[in-house]
Design a protein around this ligand. Structure first.
Ligand SMILES: Nc1ncnc2c1ncn2[C@@H]1O[C@H](COP(=O)(O)OP(=O)(O)OP(=O)(O)O)[C@@H](O)[C@H]1O
Length: 594
């Protein structure tokens, strides 16, 4: 029987992130946001003044009442109380601004770190981790914290300080009255903690559903043309509705314990106030009237103190749910930022010149899916031109992705230029892949080509490369030549033209192993010939691997590798393989059939 993975394990599978344990939260948060640790003394002092300042007023009133409101006692009491309230207000303002600034800076840093991680992952592990999911997850997580802060959450610190100070002073005044208040609070906090666990679990689920909803929406917007052309709008709408319903239901499920918690807090707080009021009066009147156990000033002060204790408690009760959500958001954002980077290789530098490839017994899979490459062993000599062919889904692209580390081998070893792939520090500039449909930025052709060189390059060099690759004629047919803007994702160019730009970009990078994924469709015959010629010039003196969908590419290669079911089933020159019965000759027949 297949055991379903635990929720955490499931999360790791679907997002590629390791969950952050509760006790690791604070150290990780401080590691990523050191500014939270800086100036703690000043923050603590301000919290003390903001929380304690207000409590001075009831204490001075108590003094004045107990002095029988005699002349000369009221004015100082009012002055002290007034100054204390002013100091408290000012400290509270400074503290809130300080905390807001620190937390916003911390969040901005976290957002930056998280996005960098997504970017790194997209570059190296796009096929293992869904980047769009991670970005929407990070955005909503950080927004959750910001929403909490903007909703007054920053006063959490002032309120906590006030709560603590009021509790201590109440206990000093009358422990007999403070005990029931503290017992009720303990009961309240205990029950709320249990409820919070339920809320946290349900909220985590709700946030997963919201992330899922965002992905479904993004997918349906991006795929709108396909949905329209295939007439599957109803199915897409059902999927969207289902995601909306699931998000709504999961949010509704958090409301019951959330409101239950608030109601519980309100009731307990009411009981506390009545207890102190009645208990205080009874206590003051009981016993010897000449020596009351509690003076009238103290009873009044106690009632005030309970208010000062109760108000922040009420605030904390009401915002604990949001605080919990914000913490969950923060923790999840940290999970992303703290995902370990793949260790940089420590191997020797790659040798200069064309790079050979050696694969031995390599198997690969996507996530926890089935093996899509099985025991692939092959040796490609430096400077050799290899064409990789096979039916769709036979593993050709996965083979190419292994060489650029976008997919990691499950078993087996890969060497490039004699260095184990996982020990190579950087493949940048040495191993370059030209995909079927290259990504172009919304800029000019020249700017897109310039990306091939990290240090940038002069216009003259780009023009020379265009000439070398035989692209001058194509370029002269464009409205602004090299300065032609390509549009969003290069949509103003055809797929073949996008490949031409990518080939020029690759030529500028000057790699020693070029992997070319031939476009399967959308290339007109004239552009196709230009692409083939440019590719032949580009790969001269370099090792090349072309994932071929046309016979001409296979015919002109030094060797053809035939993939089937994730294995290399034939290897040899086209002229030899084409005459032998087998998958390749079947493919050649298919190519020849008009
Ligand atoms: N990102 C992915 N996640 C999960 N499975 C994948 C992913 N990419 C490819 N596969 C699966 O791996 C297998 C091999 O795919 P691959 O893209 O390597 O084949 P291919 O020969 O290049 O196909 P094509 O010619 O259609 O591009 C297929 O069964 C495919 O469904």
């Amino acid at each position: 029987m297949r055991v379903p993975p635990s929720p955490d394990r499931q999360r790791t599978i679907t997002t590629g992130l390791a969950p952050l344990a509760g006790r690791a939260f604070l150290p990780t948060a401080l590691r990523f946001s050191p500014q939270l640790r800086q100036g703690l003394l000043v923050t603590g002092l301000l919290a003390l003044l903001a929380g304690g300042g207000r409590i001075v007023a009831p204490l001075s009133i108590q003094r004045a009442i107990d002095a029988g409101l005699a002349p000369g006692t009221v004015t100082p009491a009012v002055t002290v109380g007034g100054v204390a309230v002013l100091v408290a207000g000012l400290s509270s303002l400074l503290l809130n601004r300080r905390l807001q600034e620190k937390v916003e800076n911390a969040l901005a840093g976290l957002r930056r770190d998280g996005l960098r991680r997504v970017h790194d992952m997209a570059a190296s592990t796009a096929d293992r981790v869904p980047s769009a999911d991670l970005v929407s997850r990070l955005t909503s997580d950080v927004d959750q914290v910001t929403t909490f802060l903007q909703g007054g959450g920053i006063q959490f610190v002032t309120n906590s300080a006030q709560l603590l100070i009021a509790a201590v002073i109440m206990s000093v005044f009358s422990w007999q009255l403070a005990v029931p208040v503290l017992l009720l609070s303990a009961l309240l906090i205990g029950t709320m903690t249990l409820m919070q666990r339920v809320i946290a679990r349900r909220y985590a689920q709700a946030r997963r559903e919201l992330s899922r909803l965002q992905s479904v929406v993004a997918e349906s917007v991006a795929g709108a043309p396909v949905i329209r052309s295939t007439g599957t709008a109803a199915r897409a709408a059902r999927k969207l509705d289902d995601a909306v319903d699931r998000a709504r239901d999961s949010l509704l499920r958090t409301l019951v314990p959330l409101h239950g918690n608030t109601a519980l807090g309100e009731v307990t707080i009411g009981v506390m106030t009545v207890t102190v009021l009645l208990g205080g009066v009874w206590f003051a009147l009981a016993g010897d009237p000449a020596r009351p156990r509690l003076s009238s000033g103290e009873v009044v002060a106690m009632v005030f103190l309970v208010t000062f204790f109760v108000r922040p408690l009420q605030f904390l009760v009401q915002s604990l749910g949001e605080a919990q959500n914000a913490l969950t958001g923060w923790r999840r954002a940290l999970e992303l930022a703290a995902t370990p980077r793949e260790a940089a290789g420590d191997g020797p530098a790659l040798p200069a010149g064309p790079l050979g490839v050696r694969m031995s017994q390599v198997s690969a899979r996507y996530g926890s899916g089935p093996l899509v490459l099985r025991s692939v062993s092959v040796s490609i000599e430096p400077g050799e031109h290899v064409a990789v062919v096979g039916r769709t889904g036979s593993g050709k692209s996965t083979f190419a992705k292994l060489l650029t580390r976008r997919v990691l081998a499950s078993t087996g070893t890969i060497h490039i230029g004699g260095v184990a792939l996982d020990r190579i520090t950087s493949l940048a500039g040495r191993v370059v892949i030209v995909p079927q449909d290259p990504f172009l930025f919304d800029a000019t052709i020249a700017e897109n080509i310039r990306l091939g060189s990290p240090t940038g390059s002069a216009a003259g060099e780009i023009s020379r490369i265009m000439g070398d690759l035989g692209l001058d004629d194509w370029l002269s047919g464009l409205p602004d030549g090299l300065d032609t803007r390509v549009g969003l994702r290069g949509e103003r160019l055809s797929v073949g033209e996008r490949q031409l730009v990518a080939l020029a970009r690759t030529a500028l990078a000057g790699p020693d192993l070029v992997i070319f994924d031939e476009a399967t469709s959308g290339v007109d015959p004239a552009t196709d010939v230009t692409v083939q010629k440019a590719l032949a010039i580009l790969t001269r003196g370099r090792t090349s691997i072309a994932i071929a969908h046309r016979m001409i590419t296979a015919e002109t290669a030094d060797r053809v590798l035939v993939f089937d079911g994730g294995r290399i089933v034939q290897s040899g020159h086209h002229s030899v393989l084409a005459t032998r019965p087998g998958p390749y000759s079947a493919l050649v027949d298919a190519w020849r059939t008009p």
